[in-house]
Structure formats: C-alpha cells, structure tokens
Design a protein around this ligand. Sequence first.
Ligand code: KG4
Ligand code: ZN
Length: 356
Amino acid sequence: MRILAIESSCDETGAAVIEKNKTTIKVLSNITATSLAIHAATGGIIPENAAREQVKYIIPTIIKALCKSRIVNQESWEEARIILKKEIDAIAVTHGPGLIGSLLVGVETAKTLSFAFNKPIIPVHHLLAHIYANFISPQTSIPYSLPTNPYPYIGLIVSGGHTDLLYFKSINNYKWLGGTRDDAAGEAIDKIGRLLNLAYPAGPEIEERAKKITKPSIKFKSPLLNSDDFDFSFSGLKTEAMRFIQKNQEINEQIKNEVCFAVQKAVVDVLVKKTVRAAELYNTNTILLGGGVSANETLMNEFKLKIENLKLKINVFSPKKTYCTDNAAMIGAYALMNYKPVNWRKIDAMPDLYFV
Ligand code: KG4
Ligand code: ZN
C-alpha cells in the first residue's frame, strides 16, 4: 500500500509518499517546505504568517513529493497528477493538534484531493505520529533494533508545543500519564535561545554549545525532578535562565555555552528520570521517544547512562533525526500502521485534539 501524507500542523508544510511492505515502512519521498526564515526574523511563530506561507507552499510541496516518489524526468503537475491517480492508494493528513490556520491548509487540501481523485482519506493525530516515526527504518537505537511488536511501551513526546508521557498497550489502547503544566520543553529551549540571541529554533544550537562545556559552573533547577507524578514544568527554568542573563552584564560566548549546558541538563534530567520511572512502574522494557527535542543526542546518552546505572533492561529508541522534527513521513507511517479511512466530509481540523 502506498500513501500520500500531508502535514501542516505548525510552521512546516510537508508532503511524503510512504509505502508499507510486509515488514518495512519505506519513505519514497519526504518534502518539507519551511518558513523558518520568516519565523527567525520574528523570533518565533506568528500563526497568521505560518498559514499564509503554507497556502502558497502546499500544492508545490505535494507535486514535488509525488514526482520524487518515482524518479521522473521532469517535475510537473501533469506527472504528479498521473502518479496520484495511478500509484497512490490513500491520502493521510494531520487533523490536529496544532494551529487552526495551518491545520486547515493541510486538511482542506487533503479533502479536496480525496474527493477529486476518489481516494480514501485517513486523519492522523500529530502527536501519536511523532512516536510512530520510530517505525520508519532505520531509527537510532540503544542498543538493539526496534521489535516488530514493541508493546507495552512508554512513549515520550517532547517537542516545541508538547511534552507528554504515555503508556501504550497497543496502538489504540494507551493511557496518558502526565505532561507539562505550562511550557513545553522545546518552547522553553527556544525562548531561552531567544534571550541568548541564538538562531530560531534554538534546540540544535543549544545542543552544540552545551557540548563545549566539560566542567560546568552554572546549574539551573530541574523543575519537578522529585515530584511523584509524571508531570513536567518548564516555565520556571525559563525564568531562572532569564534572571541569570539579566544579572550578568556581559554574556560572552563562554557564558552562553554555560547557560546552554545548564538549560539542556535541567531539561534532560527530568525527562530521563520520569520516563525511566514510568517504564519501571509499568514494567515495560521499551521506551519510544518522538518530537523535535528527541533529536538531542545528549538526551539519548543520558537515557543510556541512567538505564545502565540502575541495571535495568530497557531499550530506548528515537526516530532518525529527519523524522524527529515535524515531517509528513511520520503521518504516512502512522496511517499505514493504523489504517482507518473515514469519509472526507467527516474530517475537520481539530486544533485542540488531545489524547482520548
Ligand atoms: O516536533 P517539532 O519539530 O515541532 C513541534 O511539533 O513542536 O519540535 C520543534 C522543537 C523546537 O523547540 C526545537 O528547538 C526543538 O524541537 N529541537 C531540539 C533539537 N532539535 C530540535 N531541542 C533540543 N535539541 C535538539 N537537537
Ligand atoms: Zn510536532
């Protein structure tokens, strides 16, 4: 089965063609058009700006993804039309959660294509898709490859908009254990990055700068580190970092790197501690990470250390870096693993879609 997948929940516009064979989920094309330069100029996403760009990008992105799925001599809408008509079995689209204007662009485009080309359509939950990006091979793993049946497992979604911990018994049977009470981990990282004049989004640069610190001299509090629940909170970290930056007259490169290290450590420590505790409590030996922050290598290394130190038999996986941040391939992968087409008239953009 071959699916055209569309993702437009936040600032990216993504289209991908994904295929499922007996055992593998293969990405034939995965195109992401980004309006990052516009958001970098404003230091964050202005929803109206994001949606306006997506309206412009969505059709060219879909055409590109269709043409790239089968190497055609010339990228053209005529070719794309033939590929969609003859080679695509269904269309998958993110229907939530996300920014309403952005979601509408993807959802209405997918519905139009479904109606015009008479293709089944599958609405996909963006956050669950972040976790199921792990099933696109190959993923980063410690130390084994992902089993075909990973259930039960603990899923940690850690992105710019969300920080959620879930227990999965099967693809449709899961329980939300906890999440952030305020800012998402990525959101706090980006806001602190802005205070340090780092490029937006700040995650990758914070990670690179943190690597330069071998003997840290600054420490920030890891929020809710010792609470008994599975909740997170990152707005206090943002305030602590802001106070530190305001107090210091001169923020030179060394101090910037120190702040990056301290911020990353505070975020990573609480994510690792609570996720591993959830795996112990629910007696699972698999943890799947997903979302932009799961691209952070230190996060993965700290998971490994913690598991070794506690002498636990838990394997942690995160998607290949390209599939950690927002992309359409993960939307297609989820739809292929949980194939539930609905009538195109029944799909709505759902900005507040959460976990059932
Ligand atoms: O999943 P994503 O692309 O978008 C949302 O659905 O929110 O996540 C974007 C977030 C941003 O906050 C970005 O700073 C963060 O992921 N991020 C990282 C890294 N790469 C991206 N955070 C820490 N380390 C990274 N290497
Ligand atoms: Zn996302």
